[in-house]
Ligand binder design. Structure first.
Ligand code: KG4
Ligand code: ZN
Length: 346
């Protein structure tokens, strides 16, 4: 891949992300310095429904998109004419939500004659690993070939990355995404939305070995499956209910979380070994999970890159980072670009 970073010194990218329930905008300079990173979360709005309510999400994006973008520019102390490009999440995500960010980005690009760069949301998660977190600290970017594990609310994929923008999808979940499993099991256990952080919290007081929940190994493939695990939790919950016993929520959360962590780490390490990758990249909302992070970082065979918590869940800084790499690679998209791309990584 022939990246032309030197052609664009100090490139400044404004990015917009609105694929699900966060309205976000960020400004990135030089491909490494986050000048602003604004996230307006809708979690409270959706919590009472136990999950994202798509129609409400898009209405809320409409209300917040303008102030969020304005905030991102103000915090970066930049005006539109001082930017070099506008990156925007193109999908996958909720159509009604994506359209709001996309239309904002198109309007800004049209009004300012800046190039528009459409970004795959999952590529955004991957590129969060290239955000330089602290300029005072030494920085080691991920090295290729690497194995990337994307674990979010909608996807669980194992990817071999041979270079920038060179992806080979090795496997993915056959049913629920890892984050979806966290959200559904949290609901079964009576824990609030979003399920991941609730389960993590409950698990702190529970035993990882209290229940022997299954780990689907799917030998000979790089795929994952979490529906059997979810059903096993459901059966246990029913059994406790039928016996009129109090649900040991903490133990169930800890045992469930451990089963997910084992399934994800085992296959990722195996893939890294098999494909000769010394670097592993873990991204997406579930990479915020403390047990998962510990399982990845407590070994020394591979160098593991996991973004800081604020860049794990949806944000626009990651879209800006992916946008920067696409921008210096010459990507320019038309103003009639659609949402719902099927490239790459879906
Ligand atoms: O990447 P993300 O913010 O949105 C999507 O692209 O889907 O991921 C959201 C998912 C949710 O399912 C949420 O429960 C999960 O990430 N999540 C976590 C944690 N924080 C967020 N899962 C486990 N542990 C966490 N600490
Ligand atoms: Zn995401």
């Amino acid at each position: 891949m022939n990246l032309k970073a030197e052609k664009y010194p100090h490139a400044r990218i404004l990015a917009i992300e609105s694929s699900c329930d966060e309205t976000a905008a960020a400004v990135l300079e030089d491909g490494s310095r986050i000048l602003s990173n604004v996230v307006a979360t809708q979690i409270e709005l959706h919590a009472k429904y136990g999950g994202v309510f798509p129609e409400m999400a898009s209405r809320q994006h409409i209300l917040t998109i303008y102030p969020v973008v304005e905030d991102a520019l103000n915090q970066a102390h930049l005006s539109l004419k001082e930017l070099d490009g506008i990156a925007v999440t193109r999908g996958p995500g909720l159509a009604g939500s994506l359209v709001v960010g996309m239309n904002m980005a198109k309007a800004l690009a049209l009004g300012s004659s800046l190039p528009l760069i459409g970004i795959n949301h999952l590529e955004g998660h991957l590129y969060s690993a290239w955000i330089r977190m602290d300029e005072t600290q030494p920085y080691t970017p991920p090295e290729f070939p690497l194995i990337a594990l994307i674990v979010s609310g909608g996807h669980s994929s194992l990817i071999l990355m041979k270079g920038h923008h060179e992806y080979e999808r090795l496997g993915a979940t056959l049913d629920d995404a890892a984050g979806e499993a966290f959200d559904k099991v949290a609901r079964l256990l009576g824990l609030p939305y979003p399920g991941g952080p609730s389960i993590q919290k409950a698990a702190e007081h529970g035993s990882t070995t209290a229940f022997a929940f299954p780990r689907a190994r799917l030998e000979g493939t790089w795929d994952f499956s979490f529906s059997g695990l979810k059903t096993a939790v459901l059966r246990k919950v029913r059994a406790f209910e039928e016996e009129g016993k109090v649900l040991p929520v903490d133990d169930m959360a800890a045992s469930f979380q451990q089963a997910v962590v084992d399934a994800l780490t085992e296959k990722t390490f195996l893939a890294a070994e098999q494909f000769g990758a010394r670097h592993i990249l873990v991204a997406g909302g579930v990479s915020a999970n403390r047990a998962l992070r510990n399982a990845f970082t407590s070994q020394t065979r591979f160098q593991v890159h996991i973004p800081p918590l604020k860049y794990c869940t949806d944000n626009a800084a990651m879209i800006a980072e992916a946008g920067y790499f696409r921008f210096i690679n010459g990507q320019r998209d038309p103003l009639d670009m659609d949402v719902f791309p099927n490239w790459p990584l879906v």
